[in-house]
Design a protein around this ligand. Structure first.
Ligand code: ZN
Length: 99
C-alpha cells in the first residue's frame, strides 16, 4: 500500500537542483516542485561528501545532541528556558556555516 502512495506522490514530480554551500557541487532532487532554494541547498549539503560539508554535518550532529541534552535537563521544569537555549544553538550552527 505504501508503495502505491509513493508512486502517486511522484506523479507530478519535478527535478529541482540544490548546490552544496561549500564546494558548489550541484545535486538533483525529485520534488513536488514547491521546495525552497534554501531547503534544496540544505539537502545538497547533506548529500555532499566534501570536507566542509562533512565537518558541518558533525557540527550539526553535536548541536542536535546538545538540544536533546537540554530537553532532558530542562524540558519539563523550565520549558521556556529550554526553548531559548535550543534557539541559541540553532543560531550558532547557522552562523558557523557562514565562516
Ligand atoms: Zn560540498
Amino acid at each position: 500500500m505504501s508503495e502505491t502512495m509513493i508512486k502517486k506522490h511522484f506523479e507530478n514530480s519535478e527535478i529541482q537542483t540544490g548546490a552544496c554551500h561549500y564546494c558548489g557541487q550541484v545535486y538533483q532532487f525529485e520534488t513536488d516542485g514547491m521546495v525552497t532554494e534554501e531547503q534544496l541547498d540544505e539537502w545538497a549539503e547533506e548529500k555532499c561528501d566534501c570536507i566542509d560539508a562533512r565537518i558541518n554535518k558533525k557540527r550539526r550532529g553535536k548541536a542536535n545532541n546538545a538540544k536533546v541534552e537540554i530537553e532532558n535537563l530542562l524540558g519539563e521544569g523550565y520549558p521556556e528556558a529550554c526553548e531559548v537555549l535550543k534557539a541559541g544553538i540553532v543560531k550558532n550552527v547557522k552562523r558557523s556555516r557562514e565562516i
